[in-house]
Design a binder for this molecule. Structure first.
Ligand SMILES: [Zn+2]
Length: 281
């Protein structure tokens, strides 16, 4: 109504001011607090005000009582990660997080058991059975955000392998390496890097040998590979620094070391980034 009595240029100014102020206003009530870029292999931790639902990659995200949510970015993700934001009335908007690409090196690994490079038919059947166990272990949706207590390294030792490297085993290209390898004498203690619940504890998986999967909540899990001994059982609740297993060289390995991996459900993320984003409190 007021606009009718204004001259054309004044009307334009009012319109412009309205646009600017509505833009400022929408900025100040942004319900999401999140970094707008993330590295490949990264973990994204954000906050949302009450009353919103979030999905990422077609998965409903759990939101803690303090509004915290989490998701992971894969090794080969590119472009933008899109977080969908639903208001109470189901109106949808989205947040785009730019994915920063990384360069992965190539690592030649010589001397792994040849059977682990060219498995037999029997081995392939075992590999498939193992994969089913591992997949089931990572499906759990623990609703306690234990990962928020932060992470410390599960062992001290020289790092001999990093996340993302393209691996060539005995001359044959294999899958990329998704963990951090720590060289350590056989029998060295492996400590829980953060609290969690044991979802898998197997002494003899084909590739990873003695293997433990520890659930830190909201889909975040740690895996510990090549162990000579697993000292926990499925369902055990462990705390920071509890001894969960002993270093070994079981599975596709050339010598005693711990391979520590991390996931957001089945997305493999880089433990080194997790240590950085969520250090132990
Ligand atoms: Zn490894």
């Amino acid at each position: 109504m007021l606009m009718i009595s204004l001259c054309k240029s004044c009307r334009l100014r009012v319109l412009l001011l309205t646009l600017i102020s509505s833009h400022l206003f929408s900025d100040t009530i942004d319900p999401i607090e999140i970094s707008l870029d993330a590295l490949q292999g990264g973990i994204v931790v954000g906050k949302v005000v009450p009353g919103y639902r979030l999905t990422y990659s077609d998965r409903e995200l759990h939101i803690s009582s303090s509004g915290t949510f989490v998701f992971g970015i894969g090794r080969d993700a590119s472009g933008y990660a899109e977080l969908k934001v639903f208001e109470r009335n189901e109106a949808m908007s989205s947040k785009k997080i730019e994915i920063i690409e990384r360069d992965y090196n190539v690592q030649y690994v010589e001397g792994v058991p040849q059977r682990t490079v060219t498995p037999t038919e029997t081995d392939l059947a075992k590999i498939r059975r193992d994969a089913v166990l591992v997949k089931a272990a990572r499906k759990h949706e623990l609703l306690e955000p234990l990962f928020l207590e932060g992470f410390a390294r599960p062992i001290q030792g020289q790092i001999t392998g990093i996340y993302g490297s393209q691996r060539i085993y005995n001359g044959k290209p294999g899958r990329p390496h998704y963990g951090i390898d720590y060289a350590a004498p056989s029998g060295s203690k492996v400590f829980a890097p953060a609290p969690g619940i044991i979802r898998l504890s197997e002494s003899d998986l084909f590739y990873s040998g003695g293997t433990i999967i520890l659930d830190h909540g909201y889909g975040i899990s740690s895996s510990f590979l090549h162990l000579s001994q697993v000292l926990v059982e499925v369902g055990d609740r462990v705390n920071f620094g509890d001894v969960i297993g002993l270093v070994g060289s079981t599975g596709r390995s050339t010598g005693p070391h711990l391979d520590w991996r991390m996931n957001w459900f089945d997305v493999r993320i880089d433990p080194e980034i997790v240590l950085d984003v969520l250090p132990r409190k």
